[in-house]
Design a protein around this ligand. Structure first.
Ligand code: NAD
Length: 523
């Protein structure tokens, strides 16, 4: 396990019957206050929840897409009515500023639900696929419900991540069982409470709180798809468990987003983007800025402006005061940040801002800027998931691209340049699921586009039209265009004559510029 690998609390002890002895306690990271408790679902209870969801899904799956979308909009409206209550709980349970709870979670979720509900009927409408050879037949793709989708989610965006995936699954006609992070169970339970208040089928959406064991039990409970968001190490275990059961899965894992500052960049915008992209949610963002490659001609300017801006950030409990940066989710993450900084300093980096934990109550770590960084430092290679921005000098765009790609992760990447075409050319060469030019984090707010990673950042996508179709099961229906003959020449009995015809047909169609290509050129 690397320094940056996420460290969740250990699973609690088990009773002989497999149920757990402990409940989950949720503490406010900014104050240490106990916010509430949630039960730990045993495997037997998870199985029962999946069965109840399956029964509720049978009727739900029969509804036309338009009707499902209309009902899901009721859920959105109920969240809107209680938006401030949700924002406050998010801010308390995660320690993030209320501004971020509002815009990065509640707003983003409302927009995603709206986009999907507005467009689901056309995205999921049966699609005819023109057949290039078998002109006597037609193929139509239908998007049918899978059954029960299991969603296993992390603590850093405990509303928008699980509920965004939930809404996609519900619209496609599936039921959903969510296993939220053990660190933030209350917000998932709040979403469930809001769902139940809308008069929508209660069992269709269920939340099974618990630790990793509960997540494991969900995979074993007979679900038809898993959408997992979390760390790489857990993701590998989850993907293996899904593979064992041949359950399709989406893996949304860690990131190590590079941000390239080209020679011609707007330095003020680039510096502000680094500070916002690096310290939003205290750096606990899978697409947060995790390493900066600044061209040597602008490096000094970037370091000094980023340092200046970082020192001005207000940090604290957003429930008590106006702050820019909130708390760190649990103490272990602070130790991870300290180890990265110590390693970086030992390898020659300079701490330009921050670098220290703040004394309690609550868990806080100062927004930290490191200059003079190099790729032999853990802070430049492993996911940090904390408020640290390491900056490295590069001599060319070419070197920046090469170093950006020299990573086992590939979720997001950023390029800053005033030459839009150059920005796009660089973006095309970066190995990542999304590359954003002259902005940060913004792609998560584009519900029309796919979101996900390459390499160890995972596979499969959420958001966008294809991900909605993937949430459903595709059923290919192939049927005759004209009345077929009673005796099909391609069926039994085989004869030497039919073999010769097939051979002639094969050559006519596929040799050189065969018949098929010539027909294609004529049409
Ligand atoms: P984590 O991997 O520790 O936990 C994620 C979830 O998996 C939790 O609900 C946990 O209880 C559950 N889990 C643990 N062991 C399990 C098992 N064996 N079987 C089934 N479920 C199990 O991750 P975390 O610390 O909650 O979240 C932080 C990580 O998530 C970071 O690495 C971050 O980059 C990543 N993340 C990725 C995205 C993305 O979209 N790619 C978004 C947010 C966070």
């Amino acid at each position: 396990m690397g320094l940056g690998e996420q460290i969740s609390p250990p699973d609690p002890p088990k009773r002989a019957n497999g149920s757990t002895t402990a409940s989950i306690k949720s503490y406010a990271p900014a104050t240490g206050e106990l916010l509430g408790e949630a039960k730990v679902y045993s495997p037997v209870e998870v199985q029962a929840a999946v069965e109840r969801t399956r029964i509720a899904q049978e009727a739900w799956g029969l509804l036309p897409v338009e009707e499902r979308a209309e009902r899901v909009l009721r859920f959105r409206d109920a969240i809107m009515d209680r938006a401030e209550e949700v924002v406050d709980l998010l801010a308390r349970e995660t320690g993030k500023p209320r501004h971020e709870a509002l815009s990065h979670e509640v707003f983003a979720l409302a927009d995603l639900i709206t986009y999907y509900c507005k467009n689901a009927a056309s995205i999921l409408a049966p699609r005819e696929v023109p057949l290039h050879l078998l002109k006597h037949r037609r193929s139509v793709l239908h998007y049918v419900p899978r059954g029960v989708v299991g969603i296993i989610s992390p603590w850093n965006f405990p509303l928008v991540i699980p509920m965004g995936d939930t809404v996609a699954a519900l619209i496609t006609g599936s039921g959903v069982v969510i296993k939220p992070s053990e660190v933030t169970p209350l917000i998932a339970l709040k979403a469930k409470e809001i769902w139940d208040s809308t008069g929508l089928p209660e069992d269709l959406l269920q939340v099974v709180t618990g630790f990793g064991e509960t997540g494991k039990a969900l995979i074993d409970a007979g679900v038809q798809k898993i959408v997992f968001t979390g760390g790489v190490a857990t993701g590998k275990r989850v993907a293996a468990a899904c593979g064992e059961k041949l359950i399709p899965c989406v893996m949304e894992l860690g990131g190590k987003a590079p941000l390239i500052v080209c020679e011609d960049a707007d330095l003020e915008r680039a510096s502000r983007a680094i500070v916002f992209g690096g310290f939003a949610n205290s750096g606990q963002v899978c697409i947060g800025v995790e390493r900066v490659f600044a061209h040597e001609s602008v490096y000094e300017g970037v370091v000094s402006r980023v340092t200046e801006l970082s020192k001005k950030l207000r940090q604290g409990d957003s429930m008590a005061e106006l702050v820019d940066v909130g708390a760190i989710i649990f103490p272990k993450q602070i130790e991870v940040a300290e180890k990265h900084i110590a390693d970086a300093v030992a390898h020659g980096a300079k701490v330009e801002a921050g670098g220290q934990r703040k004394e309690g109550p609550g868990q806080f770590f100062e927004p930290t800027v490191l200059s003079g960084c190099s790729t032999d430092m853990t802070v430049m290679r492993e996911e940090i998931f904390g408020p640290i921005v390491p900056i490295m000098k590069v001599s060319s765009d070419e070197q920046a691209i090469e170093l950006s790609n020299d990573s086992h992760l590939g979720l997001n990447a950023y390029v800053f340049t005033t030459d839009r075409d150059k920005g796009r050319r660089i973006a095309e060469r970066i190995e990542a699921g999304s590359v954003v030019v002259n902005d940060v984090l913004i792609n998560y707010a584009c519900p029309e586009t796919p979101f996900g990673g390459v390499k160890d950042s995972g596979f499969g996508r959420v958001h966008g039209d294809d991900a909605l179709r993937d949430m459903a099961e595709v059923r290919h229906i192939n049927f005759d265009r004209i009345k077929p003959p009673s005796k099909d020449p391609l069926w039994y009995p085989y004869s030497h004559k039919t073999y010769q015809w097939s051979l002639r047909g094969l050559r006519a169609l596929f040799s050189g510029r065969g018949l098929l290509q010539r027909i294609g050129e004529l049409l």
